[in-house]
Each structure stands twice: as C-alpha cells, then as structure tokens.
Write a protein that binds this ligand. Structure first.
Ligand code: OFO
Length: 163
C-alpha cells in the first residue's frame, strides 16, 4: 500500500503530466497556425510523451492498489510571441516539472517507499533529456532568429523527430 501523503503527491504529479500534454498540444496548434509544421509535429510527439508519463504513474497507482484521483486540467496558453518565446516556455515548464519530480522523490524517500523511488529515477533521467532538448533548440534559434530561411531549415529538422 502507498501511504496517503505519497498517494496525493502522485495524483498531483499525474495532473501536471496531463497539463504538460495539454500545453504541448496547444503549442502544436500554435505552430500550425504560424506555418511551422515541423515544430508542430515536434510538439505533437512531446504531447504524446507527456500522456505516457502520466500513464506510467497511473499504472503504478493501480499496481499498488492506490486510489487514482483525476483532477481538472488547467487551460494552457494558446498564443506565444514567436517560436523562441514558445521554446523558452517549454524549458521553463520542464524546469518546473524537474522541481516537482524532485519534491515527489523526497516524499517517497521520507515515506521509505522504494518502488516509487525506483519509478521516479526514470523520470529524473527523463528530465535531464527534456531540459537538454529544449535548451539545444533555444540555442539554435538564438543563432538564426531573424533569418527566415534558417528558421524554415530548423523547422524541417524538428519535423524529423522520431520519438
Ligand atoms: Fe516533460 O516530462 Fe513529463 O512532464
């Protein structure tokens, strides 16, 4: 059995992962409206991954006989000032998620819940990758921001994301 404090914290994280999925879906639609199909595709993949993150936690609650509590998902933003602004928002959001996973891990340590600690190690590694991906795209954008052709080339590259 999972203790109540940890169960609540896991349900909170599930809500954050679903919100992440919503946020990136909203960004996918935004990129679509500004004609950057590659970045839109990148965001769709990111959005699907976030749903998978939520489901990993949902499945764990179920395996442990704990209660799933699906809370309302907040409405994400729908507009950004441009591609750079959107990817900066991705990085900022992922940094927030990293903090939130760290806090959750601390609860699991305090509650001496080893299965949750093992599960969260996967998320901790994933956050390193998520933050790196966003930072790398921001760096590339910073170099080309005002060059339309280069932006389109980068968009083409983002469209090649496989997972
Ligand atoms: Fe973006 O890693 Fe889950 O939230």
């Amino acid at each position: 059995m999972i203790n109540k404090l940890l169960e609540d914290a896991l349900n909170e994280q599930i809500n954050r992962e679903f919100f992440s999925s919503y946020l990136y879906l909203s960004m996918a639609a935004y990129f679509d409206t500004i004609g950057l199909k590659g970045a839109s595709g990148w965001m769709h993949i990111q959005s699907n991954e976030e749903r998978e993150h939520a489901m990993k936690l949902v499945e764990h609650l179920s395996a442990r006989g704990a209660k799933l509590e699906l809370k309302a998902i907040a409405q994400p933003k729908a507009e950004w000032k441009g591609p750079m602004d959107a990817f900066k928002a991705v990085l900022e959001h992922e940094q927030f998620i990293t903090h939130s996973i760290t806090d959750l891990y601390e609860v699991a340590v305090n509650e001496k819940d080893l299965p949750v600690q093992f599960l969260l190690q996967w998320f901790i590694n994933e956050q390193v990758e998520e933050e790196k991906n966003a930072s790398d795209i921001i760096s590339s954008m910073a170099r080309i921001e005002n060059h339309e052709t280069a932006v389109l080339q980068l968009d083409h590259q983002l469209g090649k994301r496989g997972h």
